[in-house]
Design a protein around this ligand. Structure first.
Ligand SMILES: [Zn+2]
Length: 241
């Protein structure tokens, strides 16, 4: 069974940037600086930081600085993204010209590319906007989606519902608690606005998402979400089928 895990709020204050820099340095020392079309697996691209590596899924904390460009990397698994920090990006498929300049990343809005297993893509992306480009992504490692029926949508609005993922957005006013709802499959929770989101399980155990960009796995089961710090918040819940 999957252990509950999540981002470390204390580490996020700067450790991510230092770690990304260290990875770049290590990459250069290892002689893999300039990349050639063909690309590294997405989970090995330095700006796609692998922060959870489970048997059925991986979580990537993707942070691209203004004017920075990723290495060529290959997507070969179904993936769902949650945008945390808005910016815009351009992308370049290996062997082609740069395209799609100004493609926006809208904070709090999840989206999914379910077809990468059948149609792998090698590309690189550049932040051509004015802010940090920050996404939390989950890619499924399953060969086929799980057989579990998901049941009724939980407490939010369904923004993604495909063969591999269902993602919902939950908005809570200061002090508000969501209805109790159940997830039949492992669910990645991402705080995209506000601070202090408390997830309370049936047995009373509570876990907190402390700041924008924090994420946490929720085991199958029931819970509530509450805005406990006097500010409104927005959480995206991505169910991995
Ligand atoms: Zn939930």
């Amino acid at each position: 069974m999957v252990e509950l895990e999540g981002s470390d709020a204390r580490e996020r204050a700067g450790g991510g940037v230092r770690r990304a820099f260290a990875l770049v340095v290590l990459g250069l020392l290892a002689g893999c600086g300039p990349t050639v079309p063909g690309g590294v697996p997405v989970a090995e691209e330095p700006r796609h930081r692998l922060v959870s590596d489970l048997d059925f899924a991986q979580v990537l904390d993707i942070q691209i600085l203004v004017s920075d460009t990723t290495l060529f990397h290959t997507h070969a698994r179904p993936i769902a993204y949650t945008c945390v920090s808005g910016s815009s990006m351009a992308s370049q498929v290996a062997g082609a010209d740069w395209g799609q300049p100004g493609t926006p990343c809208v904070p709090g809005v999840p989206f999914s590319v379910p077809g990468y297993a059948e149609s792998p893509l090698t590309h690189r992306v550049a932040n051509d906007g004015l802010d940090l480009f920050h996404l939390i992504a989950v890619q499924s490692l399953r060969d086929v989606p799980g057989p579990t029926a998901l049941g009724a949508p939980g407490a939010g609005n369904t923004a993604v519902d495909n063969e591999w993922f269902r993602a919902q957005t939950i908005e809570l006013a200061p002090g508000q608690t969501s209805p109790t709802h159940r997830h039949e499959v492992p669910t990645l929770m991402v705080l995209t606005a506000g601070s202090g989101a408390a997830s309370t399980l049936e047995d009373g155990r509570q876990n907190m998402l402390m700041e924008q960009g924090a994420w946490m796995w929720h085991q199958p089961g029931s819970h509530t979400l509450a805005a406990v710090e006097g500010v409104a918040l927005r959480v995206v819940e991505v169910e991995v089928k």
